[in-house]
Design a protein around this ligand. Structure first.
Ligand SMILES: [Zn+2]
Length: 165
């Protein structure tokens, strides 16, 4: 049996605009709204032990708050994953299945379609997020990785995903 344990309590960390505590980190213009702040959890593996029967990974989690204004939240949340990614994914799956049925190896073609669709839909979604942010003259949500306090954490091997056993 494998286990992932969070042994240390959640620590809170606020990422605020270096210029002013109240300014939105994404546009640098508007006053941040507490209801619009981005809330994310960041993880770091702290200990790993056990044997082949049972392996345990311990990690620390930090809750990160990033100051954001209402207008930027609206831009960030206006993108439908179904329209930008979902449809493309479905088209690839169906195309893979149809081609597979014609070729006789439907399973492998379906799997291939799924993989291509997954990569394509991720690209389409990220691209739309980026271009919408650019049009609104703000930073995209994914750009938080470049914010100085977050960058420091990522450099010290903190990750956005939970450590795996
Ligand atoms: Zn803003």
């Amino acid at each position: 049996m494998n286990e992932v344990q969070n042994v240390i309590e959640n620590l809170n960390m606020w990422v605020t605009n270096p210029k002013s505590e109240d300014l939105c980190c994404f546009c640098d213009r508007e006053i941040a709204d507490p209801n619009s702040q981005v809330q994310r959890i960041i993880y770091k593996e702290s200990k790993r032990y056990g044997d082949t029967m049972k392996r345990v990974v311990e990690f620390t989690a930090k809750r990160v708050f990033i100051a954001r204004c209402k207008k930027c939240e609206e831009v960030h949340s206006s993108i439908s994953l179904l329209r930008y990614g979902g449809i493309q994914f479905l088209v690839c799956i169906v195309a893979g299945l149809l081609l597979g049925l014609m070729q006789g190896y439907w399973f492998w073609w379906l799997l291939g379609g799924g993989v291509v669709g997954f990569i394509l839909s991720g690209y389409v979604y990220d691209n739309e997020c980026e271009s919408r942010a650019k049009r609104a003259n703000i930073k995209a949500e994914a750009e938080v990785d470049n914010f100085e306090p977050i960058k420091k954490l990522l450099d010290k091997s903190w990750t956005w995903s939970k450590p795996k056993v």
